[in-house]
Design a protein around this ligand. Structure first.
Ligand code: ME8
Length: 512
């Protein structure tokens, strides 16, 4: 039942140097599914996404576009908002790092760090990659480039430093005491060995450009964009007002979902900044894998960037949401291919779930006057299927607690398969003359299993799942997880059944 326990989940805030693509859509959709899941499970959810608008990378992109940085940010940030709308993302807030609330939060955090002696003035001489917005030592470089392959430039400038070197042991103790802090395990191991290899103090201000949050009392410096960006997670719940209701309810965040490229910033720098300011670190950071397109790295220069809008137009939003979260174990790298997309759409959605619902509901419409059937006593096979359906929620909770989305979806689709086997074995279409009472029982069991599937599929395919539930005439206030064990009411009038998961048919003249 709803317990209203707070659940705070965040996406990374995306750089506005470029248009949104499938990678951004992926992270945001994964968070959206979890946010919707938690709401249906009775939690009080705060779901945050937004844009990261400062730093050299954005400043350079604005200059290349020939517009002032803020105007450029307004324009691209809007595209991320539009994308979130098109993907039906249920975020509760959208933060921009150029907002006054955020600048105030960054400056307050800076002051806390300064007051505690965690920041000191020095000068930086070393390599910097604008693309990564990261500092590198000579030893980090591979063939004169960043380990990520990004170009680097030599930078020498006055800079404030954060005493990261003093935080290594405390970070290791923190990871030890909080084994769930980083997921999956491969990333946790990577982070721990990075910290064990020794941390150097981190440059946290820049003086060679101006597009950033001014350092309090020293406006020649702007804050390093990662210190600025990470702070967004506390800005959005009210920091520096630590007495704000939202801050008290939602901080520390339950989960930061990020791509594997930025795990170090979230799992090393961020908890160190927070602990140094005596703020609790987030409860968990989960880093997912990287998408390629038909086997190739996604890049602008290869011209193979997948625009989320194009996919949605071709396949529909819910199949795209389902595919992205089902195809690849969350945490692993994945490859997008049209063949795989169409395969899942036609076999699991149209052939599995759609077929189950359509067969069950059309027999009810034809033979039972379009009303929820009145069941007789359940036999062993009925009870077995119903028990399998009733076990889904706990499996989903366990899987989603560890961000194992594919496992949760597999648990749901195992029930779809079991129900399709059940309908074939029971063959209700042949019972009308021989045993109408049994026919009604079988169809009741099927309709109720479809109801439970529909309720549990709302987080991943909100529109389709709700259309399925509409066909069962299920009231809108009976669609939460707390309603799962309330069976369909026999005798309820049902609307005319219609297919919710169409097969994908190649548009004429086009290859996939
Ligand atoms: O790093 N596959 O922003 P960003 C999967 N502003 N995910 C991908 C992807 C791909 N091919 N490409 C991008 C930043 N992503 C910072 C974050 S947070 C305080 C600041 C996703 O615009 C993935 O989530 O470069 C990755 O971490 C994020 O986009 C990087 O977005």
């Amino acid at each position: 039942m709803p317990d209203g326990r707070p659940y705070y989940i965040t996406t990374p805030i995306y750089y506005v140097n470029d248009k949104p693509h499938i990678g951004h859509a992926y992270t945001t959709l994964a968070c959206d599914m979890l946010a919707r899941f938690m709401r249906l499970d009775g939690r009080r959810v705060h779901f945050l996404t937004g844009t990261d608008e400062h730093g050299q990378k954005v400043e350079k992109s604005a200059a290349a576009a020939g517009v002032a940085p803020l105007e450029f940010c307004d324009r691209v940030s809007e595209q991320f908002r539009v994308l979130a709308g098109a993907l039906k993302v249920s975020n509760d807030d959208f933060i921009r790092t150029t907002e006054p609330r955020h600048i105030a939060a960054c400056q307050a955090l800076w002051q806390q760090l300064l007051d505690r002696g965690e920041i000191y003035l020095g000068s930086y001489a070393g390599w910097y990659s604008v693309r990564d917005e990261a500092f590198y030592t000579e030893a980090d470089l591979v063939d004169g480039k960043a380990p990520t392959g990004a170009p680097v430039e030599w930078v020498e400038e006055p800079s404030y430093f954060f005493r990261l070197s003093a935080w290594g042991d405390r970070l290791l103790a923190f990871y030890d005491q909080n084994p769930g802090f980083i997921g999956p395990d491969s990333r946790r191991n990577e982070v721990i060995s990075f910290v064990k290899s020794g941390l150097r103090d981190l440059s946290v201000s820049r003086t060679s450009f101006t597009w950033g949050v001014p350092v309090p009392n020293d406006p020649a410096h702007v804050m390093y964009v990662w210190l600025d960006a990470l702070t967004n997670y506390i800005t959005a719940v009210g920091y520096p007002d630590t007495q704000a209701e939202t801050y008290k309810a939602f901080w520390p965040a339950n989960l930061h979902v990020v791509g594997k490229d930025i795990v170090r910033f979230h799992a090393v720098y961020w908890p160190a900044f927070l602990m140094a300011a005596e703020i609790a670190p987030p409860k968990r950071v989960f880093a997912h894998g990287w998408w390629t397109n038909e086997g190739q790295k996604i890049s602008k220069s290869l011209g193979n960037v997948i625009a989320p809008g194009d996919l949605v137009e071709r396949y529909g939003l819910d199949p795209v949401r389902y595919f992205l979260l089902r195809e690849v174990p969350f945490g692993n790298d994945g490859d997008f291919s049209h063949r795989a997309m169409i395969g899942r759409m036609n076999s699991e959605l149209a052939g599995g779930l759609g077929n189950l619902a359509q067969r069950s509901l059309s027999i009810i419409a034809k033979n039972l006057d379009s009303k929820v059937p009145q069941p007789g006593a359940f036999n062993e096979e009925d009870n077995e299927l119903l028990a399998q359906a009733a076990a889904m929620l706990d499996k989903l909770r366990a899987a989603f607690d560890h961000q194992l989305f594919h496992e949760g979806l597999e648990a749901i689709f195992n029930v779809v398969r079991a129900a399709n086997i059940y309908i074939d074995r029971q063959a209700p279409w042949g019972l009308k003359k021989t045993d109408p009472e049994r026919m009604a029982t079988v169809l009741y069991v099927l309709a109720d299993v479809v109801r439970q599937l529909g309720i549990l599929l709302q987080p991943v395919m909100p529109a389709s799942a709700n259309r399925l539930l509409d066909q069962l005439a299920l009231p809108a206030d009976a669609r939460g997880f707390g309603d799962l064990d309330k069976r369909l009411v026999p005798g309820t009038d049902l609307p005319k059944p219609e297919g919710v998961f169409p097969r994908f048919v190649e548009p004429e003249g086009e290859g996939a």
